[in-house]
Design a binder for this molecule. Structure first.
Ligand code: SAM
Ligand code: SF4
Length: 327
């Protein structure tokens, strides 16, 4: 039986956050006030993750992505992946890439072939400003190694006005020489990330900047893709824009999120969460709660109004921070 909402959207893609901790402090993600991390007892254990994942897979989930926080900070990520690889799902991960070098062998063993990497600048000095930590060289070496080993690598860049928009074309340039899939993401509002509409660089502005330097064509998007995809003529790589702010992709949404403390969120912006972990620990009916949560999904943006300079951050700050949702 599939997890279908009242609008007929079938949910077959689950993103599981393993932790809200991270080795970086990206300006657009990590709360600017003192972040209170979840105590370990509140996090799903490897066994609990597996039990919940099995229920989702029984109900039609066909793809599972691990995320966070930084998922590779979980010491048991290897056994979590090993367990999940026994289910009939495609496995993927989103990571900042810093610890990736230690995990290539594990990924190959469990059949994880697709890695989303987040990197917002190709400049070492700027990396330290945007992420408030050192680590550019190690991250970049890991990205090159991932490509060398044949992983399908998507490179996520959150574009922020006056912070890194001047590097958009350098990222496009990468696609002309490497089989890499760059995705420019519009900066979104979450709790305590000091979002301001004027700092979001829109889909139109991103494409406009690229048009001035490169000649490129629109290419086909995958089903349920949240990005619009393009390719510079004859390039081995591609680029895409994810316009979650100026034109969200709610109509074809097939995603479910499970936070590191075991709460299901049917939308990145959903303000209602259902606590599956407590119910699992108490031996309750998790399946019923999952179905009810998906059935109650709003048509767009978790039922919140459109993003605008007037309503955010008042409206969107009621949500969790991105780092505690799992992107
Ligand atoms: N630590 C991992 C990483 O950075 O890839 C996984 C978690 S991170 C929350 C997942 C994705 O969310 C990253 O690609 C990150 O750039 C994106 N993200 C975080 N905050 C965002 C924001 N305010 N707007 C747009 N994307 C954001
Ligand atoms: Fe950490 Fe990823 Fe958030 Fe950056 S975007 S602070 S790497 S969780």
């Amino acid at each position: 039986m599939s997890l279908t909402d009242s609008l007929g959207r079938k949910h077959d893609y689950l993103r599981i956050s393993l932790t809200d901790r991270c080795n970086l402090r990206c300006l657009y993600c990590m709360p600017h006030n003192d972040m209170q991390f979840m105590p370990p007892s509140r996090l799903m254990s490897a066994n609990e993750i597996q039990k919940l994942a099995e229920i989702f897979v029984e109900h039609g989930v066909r793809k599972i992505r691990l995320t966070g926080g930084e998922p590779l900070m979980r010491k048991d990520v290897g056994s979590i992946l090993q367990n999940l690889s026994t289910l009939k799902v495609k496995l993927a991960i989103t990571t900042n890439g810093y610890f990736l070098g230690q995990y290539f062998d594990t990924f190959e063993k469990v059949g994880l072939t697709s890695i989303n990497l987040s990197l917002d600048t190709l400049r070492k000095d700027r990396f330290e400003v945007l992420s408030q930590r050192k680590g550019f060289d190690q991250t970049w070496q890991n990205i090159e190694e991932a490509i060398r080993r044949g992983f399908y690598v998507k490179l996520n860049m959150v574009v922020m006005k006056d912070r890194n928009e001047d590097e958009i074309n350098n990222f496009v340039e990468l696609t002309r020489h490497m089989p890499i899939h760059v995705r420019f993401i519009e900066f979104m509002p979450f709790a305590e990330n000091r979002w301001d509409f004027s700092q979001t660089v829109s889909y139109a502005a991103i494409l406009n900047r690229i048009e001035q330097t490169h000649s490129f064509a629109r290419i086909e998007d995958a089903a349920n893709d949240t990005a619009r995809n393009f390719r510079v003529n004859n390039a081995p790589g591609t680029f895409a824009v994810i316009s979650s702010v100026t034109n969200p992709f709610c109509d074809t949404c097939n995603r479910i999120r499970l936070t590191a403390d075991g709460k299901i969120k049917n939308c990145l912006f959903a303000q209602n969460e259902t606590d599956l972990l407590t119910i699992l620990r108490n031996g309750g009916d998790v399946e019923r709660l999952i179905k009810e949560n998906i059935a109650a999904k709003h048509a767009a943006r978790g039922g919140l109004p459109e993003f605008s300079a007037d309503n955010a951050p008042k409206v969107f700050s009621k949500n969790r921070s991105m780092i505690s949702i799992g992107g």
